[in-house]
Design a protein around this ligand. Structure first.
Ligand SMILES: [Zn+2]
Length: 258
């Protein structure tokens, strides 16, 4: 799946699972975790960026082009160690990314800023990086510096509207990274066997497009990455994300005032 498509499916999956708003009397999300509107919006921003993280193993991916030489070096190194669609495309990696988010989000350090007062450093850094990645992938803004400025501004805004970076932050990273895996599973290349590093390879005569010789699994409903079907699905997901985000934003002023 392409970078922008991963990003939008991460946002859509988050809004579907965590969304608590309703439109014309109908709920637009499952509201699984009873988050308030500000946390839903904040989580959507994080899930959008987190949905790009598994491609940290690919030097041609959005994430590689996001931070100049530094991210290029990181993706090249991870790619040469793990291979593309290897270790970072596993359930174990989802757990690792989520644990890292809990660690950074839970950092006990506050920064004192003019006007804003005390802000939690860990969550602001994490949300800022995720937002910069998502913004770049969705082609909201371009260039090397601008996405990071948008990321920082959004992270500071989120620190004000959702100051408690609790459950929603690691949950959004988990949803985003897991959605990436599902997205790649739906293409012909597939992803590593679910219990990686314990890989079960099929006996030769059972090897197929669904369970490949090397143990990779796929459910290639979308065909090759970047196919017309992928574009169609992601157009629908974009519309869904737009509607649910508008519904969530509409509920914000009342919530923040109350
Ligand atoms: Zn991928």
């Amino acid at each position: 799946m392409m970078g922008g498509h991963h990003a939008i499916s991460g946002a859509a999956a988050w809004m579907a699972l965590a969304g608590s708003a309703s439109m014309m009397g109908h709920p637009v999300g499952l509201d699984l975790w009873e988050l308030d509107g500000a946390q839903v919006i904040s989580g959507a921003v994080v899930a959008t960026g987190a949905a790009l993280l598994p491609d940290i193993d690919h030097s041609g991916a959005t994430i590689s082009r996001s931070g100049g030489g530094l991210t290029k070096a990181i993706t090249r190194t991870v790619g040469s160690v793990a291979g593309h669609r290897g270790a970072t495309h596993t359930l174990l990696a989802v757990l690792a990314f989520t644990a890292l988010a809990m660690l950074v989000g839970g950092l006990d350090h506050q920064a004192r800023l003019p006007v804003l007062g005390e802000i939690p450093t860990g969550p602001v850094v994490l949300v800022g990086v995720m937002c910069a990645l998502g913004t770049r992938a969705l082609k909201g803004v371009d260039g090397l510096l601008l996405p990071w400025l948008v990321g920082l501004a959004s992270a500071l805004a989120i620190a004000v509207i959702a100051p408690e970076a609790t459950f929603w932050l690691p949950a959004a990273v988990a949803v985003g990274t897991l959605t990436h895996l599902v997205g790649d599973l739906l293409t012909t290349d597939g992803i590593p066997f679910p219990t990686w590093p314990l890989v079960v390879k099929p006996p030769k005569r059972f090897a197929s497009a669904l369970w490949q010789r090397n143990g990779d699994v796929a459910l290639p409903l979308l065909g090759d990455a970047g196919s017309a079907r992928e574009w169609l699905l992601c157009t629908a997901l974009t519309a869904y994300t737009a509607v649910t985000t508008v519904a969530a934003l509409a509920g914000l002023p009342g919530m923040l005032a109350g």
